[in-house]
Structure formats: C-alpha cells, structure tokens
Design a protein around this ligand. Structure first.
Ligand code: HEC
Length: 133
C-alpha cells in the first residue's frame, strides 16, 4: 500500500472516531429545568401503577423492562440509552429527567406531544425511580 493511502486511511479513522465521540456527548439540561419541582405524590399507589403502565407502553421497547437499556429496539438506536438502574443515572434530579423525556434528542423521542399531560410524564419519572438498584 502506498504511504499516501495509509495517511488517508489514518485521517479517515481519526475523523470517524471523533464523530462517534461527538454522538455520545453529554446531554446538557438547563439549570432551571433541573430545579423543576415534581408536583406528584410518590406514595400514591394508583399513580405508581399508572406510571408503570405508561412506561411499558411508551418506553420499554427501547429502555427495557427493568430500564437496563436492553429493549428489543435498543440495538438499532443512535446514542447511549442509559441504564435506569445505575446510581449515575439516578443521581439526576426529577426535573432533569422530566426535561429529557419532554424534549428528546436524536433517537430518544420528545414526549411533549405523545404524552401531552405533564402529570403523566412525572408519573413515569416516579416509576423510573423505582427501577433503581
Ligand atoms: C425509540 C426508542 C426510545 C423510546 C421509545 C424511548 N427512549 Fe428514552 N432514550 C432513547 C435513546 C436513544 C436515548 C439516548 C439519547 C441521547 O443521549 O442522545 C434515550 C435517553 C433517555 C433518557 C436520558 C438517559 C440518561 O442517561 O440521562 C431518559 C431519562 C429517557 N430516555 C427516558 C425515556 C422515557 C421515560 C421514555 C418513555 C416515555 C423513553 N425514554 C422512550 C431511546 C428511546
């Protein structure tokens, strides 16, 4: 192989890996959204059941039953689906999670229109909290 060819390949590889890095860049949540207060009552059993059924309807296909990020659709997705059971994930505020679920990014859908009732989205956040290990 010619030297110029090798150089070209090297450039291509470096370019590709920085592209991949960019894809997994941190999802920045505005400070005000992080502080948003969860208006729901986490001790309400009926509400918890609603959160669970909404989760299995709208989220499970990608995030998996236990939130490990192993749903049937997960393999085709761009970006890190995350592991809802991890303490790193759980260290985010309710407000930050609500923001991500509401606005979406790339392959993570925005749920502001799919689940228009904000309370429903908060109930899903409550359910995600129960997936902590
Ligand atoms: C079509 C697949 C898909 C569905 C359905 C889906 N997500 Fe996601 N989700 C993703 C992907 C992909 C990411 C990573 C996005 C990124 O970082 O750019 C993500 C990221 C997230 C994150 C941020 C993870 C982190 O580490 O901070 C949260 C929270 C989340 N999803 C919650 C939900 C909830 C709640 C639902 C259901 C209402 C849902 N998702 C439905 C694909 C999906």
């Amino acid at each position: 192989m010619k030297k110029s060819m090798i150089m070209l390949l090297a450039f291509f590889t470096v370019g590709l890996s920085s592209f991949t890095l960019l894809q997994s860049k941190e999802w920045v949540v505005p400070e005000s959204a992080k502080k948003a207060k969860n208006p729901t009552d986490k001790t309400n059993k009926e509400d918890m059941a609603t959160g669970k059924s909404l989760y299995s309807k709208y989220c499970q296909s990608c995030h998996g039953k236990e939130g490990y990020g192993d749903g049937p659709k997960a393999k085709e997705l761009k970006g890190k689906v995350g592991d809802f059971s991890s303490s790193e994930f759980q260290s985010q505020t309710d407000g930050a999670l609500f923001y991500k679920v509401t606005t979406g990014r790339d392959d993570m859908p925005a749920f502001d229109k799919k689940i228009p009732d904000a309370e429903d989205r908060w109930l899903i956040i409550n359910y995600i909290r129960a997936l902590k290990q």
